[in-house]
Structure formats: structure tokens, C-alpha cells
Design a protein around this ligand. Structure first.
Ligand code: NDP
Ligand code: 2IT
Length: 450
């Protein structure tokens, strides 16, 4: 290990000792960029890695709101503007009860490399709140979003920082956030948020983009390795935005998706998941995935046991798409996946695989499509939404989808180039980190010590 990287990692661990997820994400990147750092002694002189791992700005704020019973509730809001050297800070907002600074920082850090990989002019950031939309009425969600925006509006703008959705933030929440921003600013600044509804500046295919993009990336990888995806079986963890459209595109490609999940449990349908029924349950009715059994009594349901690996990962499949949340696959789960004959893992979620599990999977010849590359289709299409907003124009679904496909193919090529240049075998995780890092390092170096 390069002594400069060791020194930086030690410092980061000391300074952020309670931030488990952030330390995990930093370690994964810094270890894998070693061959590049060793070629560039000037990085140490300009403290490039220290600057890369310290967000440009962290904002935390109080979010007071009143629930339907008239009780005042307080949540904590976050926005981490991690690195703006390539473009305005860009990244989603996550509303989930377990959100804390460590999680937002890890997400912001990963976003920097992901956004660089897209080749589009977007820097990296992330935000959110420990607010859980689950079980809340529409009015409660609206009041929360309005209060959240009352503070966030000071810190965002179409050339400054452009938030979007993530876990717990979809079209409904973006609509309420945009409405409040427009009211406060007294102007229609369409490009300040992405993932907007189609009636007020959203892009066609943004909703589908992360899931579709994941399958485009996997297709490029499978083609390079002479693997035919058609007829392969798949399991997908999660049943939210990313999981649903990953499932839809997988089925269009002839893959048989036999299981999906939510945080409570998973359903298994050997005949293949009816994705329209999942959309009805999750997108329209906002119910639990178990509801699927009402229409398909022959399907099976397995409930998760707290603090144990999610049940879905014990179902054998050739393709595994973790599309729920971070750290779903630990070393034990990874061993199970290898035993079950998995060929490809495509990370739709951010950091779904723990570091020792990544190592184990690659050593066991599993093709692992890393999140920073494989799920970049969502943010890339957000950048296309920004372009359309700037032009005051819009592209057809087919045009956006075509651009998305091209971007995902380019991202795969960038990863492959890095893998080949540095002799990394099938380590696409290191390849993605190196390709993303090089772009950010170039931009940071050119802009001096800031
Ligand atoms: P959604 O809120 O739409 O869906 C999240 C899904 O994950 C739900 O099915 C949820 O189940 C499940 N889940 C299981 N366990 C957890 C947990 N502990 N915490 C939160 N969710 C859990 O989110 P998205 O589909 O948008 O996001 C899924 C993943 O993809 C996240 O890692 C996100 O960061 C990443 N991502 C999202 C992009 C986007 O454009 N939306 C782009 C790139 C990455 P339940 O309903 O039971 O909570
Ligand atoms: O993790 C991600 O890339 C996202 N949640 C999407 C961010 C965006 O700005 O569209």
C-alpha cells in the first residue's frame, strides 16, 4: 500500500471515527486507485486525496413540521456539497429513518466518481433527512417537504446544486419541493431539481433511467464476456424505483426475474414476476410486497428475520441485482451467492456490497458491475433533464433512452479501459474508481488549491 494512501486513510478514520459508511466508501476507493496515485507524486504535494475526501461544504438544518394530529415534529435535514470541480453539485435526496451524516457523506463521495464517469458536467453531492415517508399522509409529506425546502432553498440553484430523488423521494416529493422553491424564489427555475413530473419540466425516461441503465451496463459487460443474458434467471432486491425498472428491462431482454423484495420480506414467483402488479402495489397503492400473493396465491413469501441476511439472497439465480440499500451483501451472503451459481451481480443500489464481500466475489470470478458505474444512468438522465430545461425544450422517450444507452456503453468502455490499462482482471470496481478518479483529479489539479 502506498504510504501516502495509508497516511490519508488514517487521518480520515481519526477525523470521522463515528462515520462507518463514509470510512467504508473512502477505503474502497483509495485502496483501488493506488496504481494511479503511485504514478503521480504531485498528488501528495497538493494534498489532493485529503481535499477529495473532505466535502466542500456540509449543511445540516432543523426541519420542523406539524403532523395531522397537530403535533409538532422535528427532523434533521442534510446537504453535503462534496465536489464541484466538474459541474454544479448534483445528487439525490434520501428520506429514510436511518439517514445520518455518515450515510449522506458516503453517498456524496460515491456520487463524485459516478458523475465524473457519466462524462457530463456534474459535480457530486447528496442530501436528505431522517424523516420516514412510510405511513405518512400526503398532507404530512407536503408539509415536511415545504419545511425542508424553506431551508434548502438558500443552498441550491441550477448552476450551484441540483438535488433529485433517492430512497423515499420520488415524483410526489420532488413536486412538493419544487412548488415550495418556486413560491419562495418567485421564479420558474426548472433546472434546480431533477426527477420532476412531465407536466412541469421533467424528462421522459428519467423514471426508468436507473433501472434501464443498469441493464444496459450489464448487457455491455455480458457481451464483452460472451455471456448470453437471454433465458438467465434473476433476483432483484428492493421494489422501489430502481428495482421496478431494472425488472422491466431485464424481462424485455429475456431474463426471467423470479424474486423481488422490500425491507420486510421477499416474494418468489417461479413463473416470473408480474411487474405491472408490482407497479400497482408499490407505485400506485404504496403497499407491502406481500400483497402480490393476493393475485398470485401460488407465489411464495419469505419474511426477513431482523439482523440476518435478507431472504431474497438465498434464492438461487444466475443474475443478482441488489437495488434496495447499502450493505445488503456481506461476506456470508457473498459466499451463499457463489455457492448458488451466480454469474453476474449488478449493483443498482449505492454500495450494496461490503468491502470484504466485493473482494471475495471477484476472487470467485463473479462479474460484479459496480454501483458507481452501473447505476449512473439515473443521474446521467438527470443531467439530460437539466440540458432540456436549459434549452426550454424536450426530447422524445426514444431520444432520451438512446442517449442513456450510449452513455452506459461509454461508461462500460471507460471501466474496461482502466481494467485493461492496469491489468485488473475482472475487477470492474477498481476500474470504475480509477476512471472516475482520473477525471476528478484532472479537474481539481487544473483549478488549483481550493
Ligand atoms: P425507493 O425508495 O424507490 O425504493 C427503495 C427500496 O429498497 C424499497 O423497496 C425499500 O423497501 C427497499 N429497502 C429495503 N431495505 C431498505 C432499507 N434498509 N432502507 C431503505 N430501503 C430499503 O428507492 P430507489 O429505488 O430510488 O433507490 C434504491 C437504491 O438505488 C438506493 O440505494 C439508491 O441510493 C440507489 N439509486 C437510486 C437512484 C434513483 O435514480 N432513484 C439512482 C442511483 C442509485 P421498503 O419500502 O420496505 O422500505
Ligand atoms: O444515487 C443517485 O445517483 C441518485 N439518487 C440520482 C441522483 C440524481 O441527481 O439524479
Amino acid at each position: 500500500m502506498s504510504s501516502y494512501i495509508e497516511k490519508v486513510l488514517k487521518k480520515i478514520q481519526e477525523k470521522n471515527q463515528y462515520e462507518k459508511e463514509f470510512n467504508q466508501a473512502v477505503k474502497e476507493v483509495l485502496y483501488s486507485i493506488k496504481p494511479v496515485v503511485e504514478k503521480h507524486p504531485e498528488f501528495e504535494k497538493s494534498a489532493l486525496l485529503e481535499r477529495l475526501c473532505e466535502p466542500e461544504r456540509i449543511i445540516t438544518f432543523r426541519v420542523p413540521w406539524t403532523d395531522d394530529r397537530g403535533n409538532v415534529q422535528i427532523n434533521r435535514g442534510f446537504r453535503v456539497q462534496f465536489n464541484g470541480s466538474i459541474g454544479p453539485f448534483k445528487g439525490g435526496l434520501r428520506f429514510h429513518e436511518n439517514v445520518n451524516l455518515s450515510i449522506i457523506k458516503f453517498l456524496g463521495f460515491e456520487q463524485v466518481f459516478k458523475n465524473a464517469l457519466t462524462g457530463l458536467p456534474i459535480g457530486g453531492g447528496k442530501g436528505g433527512s431522517d424523516f420516514s415517508p412510510k405511513g405518512k399522509s400526503d398532507n404530512e409529506i407536503m408539509r415536511f417537504c415545504q419545511s425542508f425546502m424553506n431551508e434548502l432553498q438558500r443552498h441550491i440553484g441550477h448552476d450551484l446544486d441540483v438535488p433529485a430523488g433517492d430512497i423515499g423521494v420520488g415524483a410526489r416529493e420532488i413536486g412538493y419541493l419544487f412548488g415550495q422553491y418556486r413560491k419562495i424564489k418567485n421564479c420558474f427555475e426548472a433546472g434546480v431539481l431533477t426527477g420532476k413530473g412531465l407536466s412541469y419540466g421533467g424528462s421522459l425516461a428519467r423514471k426508468e433511467a436507473t433501472g434501464f441503465g443498469l441493464l444496459y451496463f450489464i448487457s455491455a459487460m455480458a457481451q464483452h464476456h460472451s455471456i448470453d443474458l437471454k433465458g438467465k434467471s434473476a433476483i432483484i432486491s428492493g421494489s422501489g424505483n430502481v428495482a421496478i425498472y431494472a425488472c422491466q428491462k431485464a424481462q424485455e431482454l429475456g431474463i426471467k426475474v423470479i424474486a423481488m423484495s422490500d425491507s420486510t420480506g421477499c416474494i418468489k414467483d417461479e413463473k416470473g414476476i408480474d411487474i405491472e402488479e408490482i407497479k400497482r402495489i408499490k407505485e400506485v397503492e404504496r403497499l407491502r410486497i406481500k400483497e402480490y400473493l393476493k393475485k398470485y396465491p401460488d407465489a411464495q413469501y419469505f419474511e426477513n428475520i431482523p439482523n440476518q441476511p435478507q431472504k431474497i439472497f438465498s434464492i438461487p439465480a444466475q443474475i443478482v441485482l441488489p437495488c434496495a440499500t447499502q450493505n445488503d451483501i456481506n461476506l456470508d451472503t457473498a459466499k451463499q451467492l457463489v455457492k448458488n451459481g451466480t454469474i453476474i451481480i449488478g449493483e443498482g443500489a449505492n454500495m450494496p456490497t461490503e468491502n470484504d464481500a466485493i473482494e471475495y466475489l471477484i476472487q470467485n470470478n463473479i462479474l460484479l458491475a459496480p454501483a458507481k458505474a452501473a447505476n449512473a444512468g439515473g443521474v446521467a438522465t438527470s443531467a439530460l433533464e437539466m440540458s432540456q430545461n436549459s434549452m426550454r425544450y424536450f426530447w422524445s422517450f426514444e431520444e432520451v433512452d438512446q442517449k442513456l444507452k450510449q452513455i452506459m456503453n461509454n461508461i462500460y468502455s471507460s471501466c474496461l479501459d482502466a481494467v485493461e490499462e492496469y491489468n485488473l482482471g475482472i475487477n470492474y470496481c477498481a476500474g470504475a474508481n480509477i476512471a472516475g478518479f482520473k477525471k476528478v483529479a484532472d479537474a481539481m489539479t487544473a483549478q488549483g488549491i481550493i
